[in-house]
Design a protein around this ligand. Sequence first.
Ligand code: SF4
Ligand code: SF4
Ligand code: SF4
Length: 165
Amino acid sequence: MITALVTIAVLAALAGIATVATASHVERASLADRIDALLPQTQCRRCTFDGCRPYAEAIAQGAADINQCPPGGERTAKALAQLIGVAPKPVGKEFGVVPNHPTVAVIDEAACIGCTKCIQACPVDAIVGASRYMHTVIAADCTGCELCIPPCPVDCIDMQPAVRH
Ligand code: SF4
Ligand code: SF4
Ligand code: SF4
């Protein structure tokens, strides 16, 4: 009888721990959602994470600071500080600087050798083209992240001011 009662008590305790762990996981996921909604979704990785969502999750887990997103700038850092409940701080210069206007990548199609390296680097599938044929950027989908520029072996991609309609 006593053994049965002890077993029930242990199971109840374990269930309680599992519930608390699940609740805390859900809270963190929901916080990450709210943080992610404040980020510019450029997916440029300047924050040192693999995109906006991983950065949001790192902030939610207390593993990243609120001042690591240059495209979001001061406005995003302030909004993040308010959401997390910490003091605002300027974006760290070590995370780089971005132009203060939207930009898009433009490929010099005459110079392009069709190597596809830019397609592989683009985090938002904004480049179209086939192997050994010229490539082009879908301007409306380009976030201006600049990740396609370093891999281009013939340096035929430039950033230009975006024309938004
Ligand atoms: S620096 Fe900002 S925009 Fe770029 S991936 Fe990180 S959170 Fe997203
Ligand atoms: S085309 Fe280049 S700059 Fe534009 S989103 Fe893709 S990788 Fe970034
Ligand atoms: S990386 Fe440069 S050369 Fe290669 S497909 Fe893209 S634009 Fe063309």
